[in-house]
Design a protein around this ligand. Structure first.
Ligand code: USQ
Length: 420
């Protein structure tokens, strides 16, 4: 039997939410977007803009109807603030599933100042908790698929592969013998933004246990790419592409920097290794997650949504080779390990049929072409990353030295060494 759901996409106007909404609609699911358009408001606040000229949500939706014949619903609800609006929506529309993307997702933005830290915590935690409480109050059995992050784990291990969410441990008993347990993998977030996804995990664990909510938490790596099969069908459907120092993510930033002749901004030594996934795989993963929900009463299903790992400087050097771009090693504005290895279990999606779209010259060039096409929209003053993680950095203490010392201290405290 064909699998079709009525699905609400919270945050469906954003970088992941929009292509996921189109993909699910294209596959015949009944999609309703809930979004308060906060990402567009933050663009205005930052004086930054998507590289690609995104149209307003109404134009997006009517263009999709014209192109595909499919209807996507839209409601402007602030799920973090308007609990009654959210509950009313759930009671009226009775979705089978809700995909939760409705969180402030930029680590640098979250670290800029205390206002942004507080906004990120208030917004993200309230959004998640309002959703869970509203589902319980509605009395409905709705599968929640949440976009979490690989960053909840930190980016290092005590020498093993990072598991999909849970760590099997043996607790030694004082009277001898031991008990076996499976616990949430110890968290080690590197920013207030990543911390909110750690806090989300605990809310999910509680509601899965207490109310038997069916929840999938997708621990996603860094997205790269911009177009999907659907967003490329019409320019009015184009996805956003962030390149600024707050919202631009590393590989996309390097590609646009290469595209407009700006030296690629490698932070520190570029020894940071991170997990990556192409945007076309992300949309597929969302559908696979919806098709494979946990059963009622199961613990939260945690899946690592990533397909490959790369070291930041290797990415810059690869792009330099294929495009003649320059690499600039800049002082790291963040407090993070200068060098780390990263090994990750990601079998769940592979077993469910995901065919990874891995880094290839063709795909890198596709993004660089997008950068060139819209290069007249680039504001070069928005490219440098200016959000500093610590007060020592803000006070101008010799930056690299302070960051490295603090990173070493943070690793020692966490007990999870990130150094190779
Ligand atoms: N980096 C550079 N140069 C740049 C930008 C970043 O060297 O111009 C470095 C950063 O210092 C960091 C790494 O690249 O070591 C990744 O930075 P990023 O901005 O690409 O990614 P991050 O801040 O971790 O956040 C992004 C998304 C977030 C998602 C996360 C997945 O914004 O929503 O949760 O990736 S993950 O990194 O796996 O935790």
């Amino acid at each position: 039997m064909e699998f079709k759901v009525k699905v609400a996409i919270l945050g469906g106007d954003g970088f992941c939410g929009w292509p996921a909404s189109l993909y699910l609609s294209d596959k015949g699911h009944d999609v309703i977007i809930i979004d308060n358009l906060s990402r567009r408001a933050i663009d205005e606040e930052l004086g930054a803009d998507s590289l690609t000229p995104i149209t307003d949500i109404q134009t997006r939706i009517s263009a999709w109807q014209e192109v595909s014949g499919e209807t996507i619903g839209f409601e402007n609800i602030d799920v973090a603030q308007d609990y009654d609006g959210l509950l009313n929506f759930i009671n009226t529309e009775r979705p089978d599933a809700i995909v939760h993307f409705a969180e402030q997702r930029a680590a640098p933005y979250s670290m800029k100042n205390s206002r942004n830290k507080r906004y990120t915590v208030d917004n993200n935690i309230n959004a998640t908790h309002n959703l869970l409480a509203a589902i319980v109050e509605s009395g409905q059995d709705i599968h929640v698929a949440h976009l979490g992050t690989m960053g909840v784990y930190g980016y290092g291990t005590a020498g093993m592969k990072i598991p999909e969410g849970y760590l099997d441990i043996q607790v030694n008993l004082p009277e001898g013998g031991h008990v076996d347990q499976s616990i949430l993998y110890p968290s080690n977030p590197g920013s207030i933004y990543h911390m909110t996804k750690v806090l989300d995990q605990h809310l999910f664990a509680y509601y899965a246990k207490n109310d038997e909510l069916r929840i999938t938490d997708l621990h996603q790596g860094i997205i790269w790419g911009t177009h999907t099969e659907q967003t490329i069908k019409d320019e009015r459907l184009i996805n956003r592409f962030d390149y600024d120092g707050d919202y631009g993510t590393v590989l996309n930033r390097f590609l646009i920097q290469a595209g407009v002749g700006y030296p690629m901004t490698v932070h520190g030594t570029g020894g940071q290794t991170r997990a990556f996934i192409h945007i076309r795989d992300m949309v597929r993963c969302i559908e696979l997650a919806l098709e494979n929900p946990p059963a009622k009463g199961d613990r939260v299903k945690i899946i690592n949504q990533m397909t490959e790992t790369h070291r930041v400087r290797d990415l810059a050097e690869l792009i330099a080779e294929i495009s003649d771009a320059e690499v600039a090693y800049v002082p790291n504005p963040r407090k993070e390990s200068a060098e780390n290895d990263l090994h990750v279990h990601n079998e769940t999606f592979l077993k469910l049929g995901l065919k990874p779209t891995t880094l290839s010259e063709g795909l890198l060039q596709e993004v660089e072409e997008v950068a060139r096409k819209y290069s007249d929209r680039v504001d070069r003053s928005k490219i440098p990353a200016q959000s500093l993680w610590t007060s020592a950095q803000q006070a101008g203490v010799p930056e690299q030295e302070a960051v490295e010392q603090e990173a070493v201290a943070a690793d020692a405290e966490s007990g999870l060494s990130e150094s190779a």
